[in-house]
Design a binder for this molecule. Structure first.
Ligand SMILES: [Zn+2]
Ligand SMILES: [Zn+2]
Length: 357
């Protein structure tokens, strides 16, 4: 199969022919029809993730068709249209038994703990626990966006953040996860303040229903005062959807009394532990919450909202590229948020156009 492979961290990846994967006893091999390009892939490529061994194939936001099935798999058949959470659970540990597969003790993550989906095929473990059916009306590009950023944002806003109608929700960082959070919070009846440095990202946030937008580049002293002003004293719920010491602290400082901060963006150790204003956490009785993906069994309410049209993850996909363009798109994330606002989807089976487009 063809796959995007990197042999050194931070050195340009290349499309290579590598051996096709085969399914483990309880796993499947999926033919990848679409796979999202996410900042986590960039972190992996840069060497920020200790799980990755070289050479490596990135990619964890995938949707496709089951190609081969291990002999112990009960519920899945070749031809099934599927996606997966980026955290694939073991289904057997104490966390899994409690329904918290997103923090499984023996989780696997395609594109991190083993080769991922920037390839024509990807192997996935524990298929009966982790595969989520993709309805026929949903494109693979849309479904690919669900597994990481959209589902993560859904759990962060709804389950961890406990959003309620009429509340103010601040979203710091309007990349794929942040824009998803804006859309989900609006669908839940909240009023959203979107924060980013990119005018294009803020324009999309406005399109997805944000009531207020704050251009962080116009507030070098910090955006928290502007957010508190716009929300009449602070948001009830605030998310750091980027993952940086600056956005983490700004999110906490954006809250009113007894507000909830949810950390959604990953904070790789390389950037250092963020300084959290804990005096404010005590004085205002703030809650600090982490959110890590979403278990496969928790997808149905989100899928129902997609089916009814109240959530439109398809609108997040702003660019689609072939496998050959993936290495450059990955490298381009070093310079900033990526090729543009919204989500870029790679279609591994798409061949380059003869004129190079
Ligand atoms: Zn991701
Ligand atoms: Zn487990």
């Amino acid at each position: 199969m063809r796959a995007v492979v990197f042999e050194e961290f931070g050195k340009e990846a290349r499309v290579q022919d590598v051996a096709d994967p085969s399914p483990s006893r309880d796993g499947v091999v999926v033919r990848v029809e679409a796979t999202g390009l996410c900042r986590s892939d960039w972190h992996g490529w840069m060497g920020h993730d200790p799980d990755i061994t070289l050479p490596h194939v990135p990619g964890h936001e995938l949707a496709g068709v089951v190609e081969a099935v291990g002999r112990d798999v009960v519920d899945r058949r070749p031809g099934d249209r599927v996606t997966v959470p980026f955290v694939c659970a073991c289904g057997r540990c104490a966390a899994c038994a409690a329904g918290a597969q997103q923090v499984c003790e023996r989780q696997t993550q395609p594109g991190f703990t083993h080769w991922g989906s920037f390839a024509e095929y990807v192997a996935l473990e524990r298929a009966d626990v982790n595969l989520v059916p993709v309805p026929h009306g949903m494109s693979f590009g849309t479904a690919a966006a669900l597994g990481c950023r959209f589902a993560t944002a859904f759990r962060a806003v709804v389950a961890r953040g406990r959003v309620a109608p009429g509340e103010w929700v601040a979203v710091h960082g309007c990349g794929g996860a942040g824009l998803s959070a804006v859309m989900i919070a609006v669908a839940c009846g909240a009023r959203v303040v979107a924060v980013d440095v990119s005018p294009e990202a803020l324009r999309l946030a406005r399109t997805f229903g944000a009531a207020e937008c704050v251009d962080a580049s116009a507030h070098p002293e910090g955006v928290d005062a502007a957010v508190r002003e716009l929300t009449g004293g602070g948001a009830q719920l605030s998310l750091d959807a980027l993952g940086s010491p600056v956005t983490c602290a700004a999110s906490v400082r954006s809250l009113r009394r007894q507000g909830r901060h949810v950390q959604v963006g990953l904070l790789p150790p390389a950037a250092g532990d963020p300084v959290v204003p804990m005096a404010r956490v005590i004085a205002l009785e703030l809650e600090l919450l982490g959110s890590h993906g979403m278990a496969a069994h928790a997808y149905p309410p989100m899928m129902d909202m997609v089916r009814s049209g109240s959530l439109r993850p398809d609108l997040l996909v702003t660019s689609t590229i072939g496998l050959d363009a993936a290495p450059a798109a990955l490298a381009a994330m070093s310079a900033g948020p990526g090729p543009g606002a919204g989500v870029t989807v790679i279609e591994p089976t798409r061949r380059p156009h003869p004129d190079g487009a």
